[in-house]
Design a protein around this ligand. Structure first.
Ligand SMILES: [Zn+2]
Length: 224
């Protein structure tokens, strides 16, 4: 197996090197030892600083993945490096990209800030649906906000054409607060309209197709 040092050397030479994928896969599945993690995150901060802002997708997405898996102790131990990475992410976030990559960027930024929930779960927006449990009856619901329409359903709408569905109530700007408001505002600022719209659905309300209870979708993502 190629060592982390070797992979980092290849990755540092090219913002799109294949080594980035290898490192990312390893971060997602096997993880790294504590010593490797510290080496890696420190090197990532240096590499990100060398790359132009628009070339930081691989390096900062990987840093975000590492941060998302860190416990509080690791966050404290790497606090200075994480602060550097957050600083480097500020220039990177608004550089032009597609909506999917932008969602990964937002997720990485939240992970670098230590947001344990959205630093992981924001990725679910990429699929134009989130799956949550009804807070009242516990039914598993799909909250869909893509090309197939905007609705909640307990049925498998991917394979069936006719499913029981209730309309979603997207959050108005005034209803947004906390992380939802922040994600929405950042998306609007940089012209990522479709991401901003998806956020109004995830932080808006849905109605259960089984028991008719209306609830805030993001509250259920937090509990899922
Ligand atoms: Zn229900």
């Amino acid at each position: 197996m190629t060592t982390v040092e070797e992979l980092l050397a290849q990755a540092a030479a090219d913002p799109r090197a294949a080594a980035w994928d290898v490192l990312y896969e390893r971060a997602c599945h096997e993880g790294f030892y504590e010593a490797e993690e510290t080496l890696l995150i420190t090197r990532l901060a240096n590499i990100a600083a060398e790359f132009a802002a628009a070339d930081r997708d691989e390096v900062l997405t990987l840093a975000g993945q590492l941060a998302a898996d860190m416990d509080e102790q690791s966050h404290r131990r790497n606090a200075e490096t994480l602060a550097q990475l957050r600083h480097l992410a500020t220039d990177w976030l608004p550089t032009p990209t597609d909506s999917q990559t932008f969602i990964y960027r937002l997720r990485a930024v939240l992970a670098l800030e230590g947001d344990e929930l959205w630093g992981q779960e924001l990725e679910r927006l990429i699929h134009d649906e989130v799956e949550v449990e009804c807070p009242q009856c516990g039914t598993s619901l799909f909250i869909a906000f893509g090309d197939r329409g905007h609705f909640a359903t307990h049925e498998d709408y991917a394979t069936r054409s006719e499913v029981a569905q209730t309309p979603l109530l997207p959050a108005a700007f005034a209803d947004l607060e906390g992380v939802g408001l922040r994600l929405y505002s950042v998306s609007i600022e940089v012209g990522q309209w479709s991401v901003a719209e998806a956020i109004t659905y995830v932080f808006g309300r849905a109605t259960c197709t089984q028991c008719e209870r209306t609830f805030r979708v993001s509250d259920q993502v937090e509990r899922y």
